[in-house]
Design a protein around this ligand. Structure first.
Ligand code: HEC
Length: 596
């Protein structure tokens, strides 16, 4: 049963994460403020921020979060002062951001109000309110000061006493925030660590609803886990533990809360604000709220009820799309125990004695300990030279097999050569690999040829220690095309990638934004509604790399990094698949269309 709370403030405080959960009155009495869990949020400009990113940053001495809310005069009147404070204390190592946890404010509205007031501080958008609940927010215009060494909140309260409900002093008499942050930076005791917030009340209607009605494990929670997590978190799956019973999930509940809040899980990196994707398995805002509210309430299962996770069998057929029509076997490879392994290229002539149209592919890596990526290119003879004329299949971590869009196919011409590009990484023991590519074939020539478009660039050079290095590449679209999916690809320093189309009429649309790219999860983002791109449009891909020491995946922040094949080098390699609109009877899978 859900506990019922009378005071929303007490409820908010009880929802504070971490070991030292205390009620607000205790906090006000003792000054012992709780610590904050890691979280990840996208800001009003579309950039991703993760709190614990700053853990190892000696230059970040404190983090100040101002609680924003649209339409609240006590917030709006603070903006000019906040910019001053951000500049003054930014120079002293205090990072400032705002957070909007208001149920009623949409992202577009937040962007609009930020524009109206010329807000230049990132506003983190906590639309499902889970971070706001964790922080124990009750009112806007509160300032929260966090120590990045302990993740303790060291101060919370109004910036000063200048603004109050319906009255305003000509000048502040009490500088709560300034006093607190000065004392903190000087290593001195903060005299007033908690001052009641003066701002507009924040409502948490879904939390109240879940408290009032309760959440039932078997009907509310287990189905979410079964749909969004169990595909990987099952025996023999790629997830590190199996969600095979309520007991297992309950034991992992704190870890689940952490990875959901900091957006590590489920592993889906696209910004939900731009476009819908048919292979999206991220949690919806309501699923997230149910799961986390249930965990924060103790993650109990009703007595006597059946556990849907117990005995659940997840089908994991070898060929997810059924037996292929033909299997290409890549010759067995020996992989040494250590060292850097150059890409290997293996040629195989097409096994078919006529042209074939491929309707789908499924790559099965033989040995996931060492297979890093596999690409199968199509090569044909042009002017006496064997050149790449198409793309047949590709595998990288995070890969999901998929059928090509309806009535489209990739042509594997008679006599063509299939070139396998194999990238292995040594794992400490000598290994062998026998990877397979399952081909699904069209019985007849399909309506359209599916092409792979590519924006690639070798020219960038990422300076040492640069945490936000940007590069972009634009390509003119010369025919009317339809784009079906996009595959951003960078290496370990990759931070963000965005595909933007500018139409001939000057308007533009973000087709895909991946604000927290993760090298371990390189996937296709498949558009729910394929995008029609008229001839004369421009397609631009923007990349951002993080070559700072704060990027936990960065192998060497002191290096200048350019293009290279190994993971410790970098790539700007953004692909998409498309068909040409009027070519109803496309005759060739066509050459790669490189950026021009
Ligand atoms: C596509 C496969 C996949 C899906 C779907 C998935 N996970 Fe994971 N999960 C993984 C893998 C692989 C790891 C370990 C590597 C990593 O952290 O990236 C992991 C790690 C975790 C961990 C942390 C374990 C640790 O200490 O690293 C938790 C907790 C977790 N997942 C929970 C979830 C929850 C909850 C869901 C659903 C809402 C979910 N996962 C969905 C594959 C998946």
């Amino acid at each position: 049963m859900m506990k019922s709370f009378t005071l929303s403030l007490v409820a908010a405080m009880l929802f504070l994460a971490a070991a030292d959960t205390v009620s607000s009155n205790e906090i006000l009495d003792s000054g012992a403020l709780p610590s904050v869990m890691d979280f990840g949020l996208i800001d009003h400009r579309g950039d991703f921020h993760r709190l614990y990113y700053y853990e190892k940053d000696e230059d970040t001495r404190a983090i100040a979060l101002f609680v924003q809310g649209n339409g609240c005069p006590l917030v709006q009147k603070r903006f000019p002062q906040l910019h001053e404070l951000a500049a003054e204390y930014g120079a002293k190592g205090v990072k400032m951001a705002m957070i909007n946890s208001c149920f009623q404010d949409t992202r577009d509205e937040i962007v609009e109000e930020a524009g109206e007031f010329d807000v230049r501080i990132p506003i983190l958008i906590d639309s499902d309110q889970l971070v706001g609940e964790m922080l124990g927010l009750t009112r806007t215009a509160e300032m929260i000061l966090i120590d990045p060494r302990s993740w303790k909140i060291v101060f919370r309260g109004p910036v000063d006493d200048r603004l109050n409900y319906e009255k305003e002093l000509p000048a502040a008499r009490e500088h709560y925030f300034r006093n607190a942050v000065d004392a903190f930076l000087a290593g001195e005791k903060i005299e007033k660590p908690v001052v009641p917030a003066v701002g507009c009340l924040i409502s948490f209607p879904d939390r109240e609803l879940h408290e009032k009605n309760g959440l039932t494990y078997a009907t509310d929670i287990a189905p979410i886990l079964m749909e969004k997590c169990v595909r990987c978190h099952t025996r023999g799956g790629i997830g590190p533990f199996a969600m095979s019973s309520h007991r297992k999930v309950r034991g992992w509940m704190d870890m689940i809360e952490e990875v959901v809040l900091n957006q590590r899980m489920p592993p889906w990196q696209a910004d939900p604000h731009y476009g819908e994707f048919s292979n999206d398995f991220s949690l919806t805002p309501m699923e997230k709220k149910k799961l986390i509210h249930w965990i924060r309430d103790g993650a109990v299962m009703e007595e006597g009820s059946e556990d849907p996770l117990e005995g659940l069998v997840v089908e994991q057929p070898k060929w997810a799309m059924g037996e292929p029509d033909h299997i290409l076997a890549i010759p067995r490879q020996e992989v040494p125990a250590q060292g850097i392994i150059d890409y290997r290229y293996i040629h195989q002539t097409s096994p078919f004695d006529s042209d074939v149209w491929v309707s789908g592919v499924n790559v099965i890596p033989g040995n996931t300990k060492v297979v890093h990526h596999i690409i199968a290119y199509i090569k044909e003879e042009k002017d006496g030279k064997l050149v790449r004329t198409g793309f047949l299949a590709g595998y990288a971590p995070g890969y999901e097999p998929r059928e090509f869009p309806e009535n489209s196919g990739r042509l594997l011409p008679k006599g063509a050569v299939i070139e396998y590009e194999l990238h292995y990484t040594a794992c400490g023991t000598p290994e062998t690999d026998e990877s397979l590519i399952g081909l699904y074939l069209h019985p007849h020539k399909p309506q359209r040829a599916l092409h792979t478009g590519l924006l690639m660039d070798h020219e960038f050079s990422i300076p040492p220690h640069d945490g936000n290095y940007k590069w972009s590449r634009t390509k003119k679209i010369k025919e009317d095309i339809t784009i079906y999916d996009m595959n951003p690809h960078m290496h370990l320093r990759g931070k963000a990638m965005k595909y933007v189309v500018e139409y001939p009429n000057g308007t533009s649309r973000i087709l895909l934004s991946v604000p927290h790219y993760n090298f371990n999860w390189q996937r296709s983002y498949v558009l729910e509604e394929p995008a029609k791109i008229p001839a004369g449009s421009k397609l631009t891909v923007h990349a951002v790399w993080d070559n700072s020491i704060l990027n936990p995946a960065n192998p060497d922040p002191s290096a200048t990094i350019g293009w290279g094949e190994q993971s410790f080098d970098e790539m700007f390699f953004a692909t998409y698949s498309y068909t040409v609109d009027e070519a109803e009877n496309g005759s060739s899978s066509g050459p790669f269309s490189l950026a021009d």
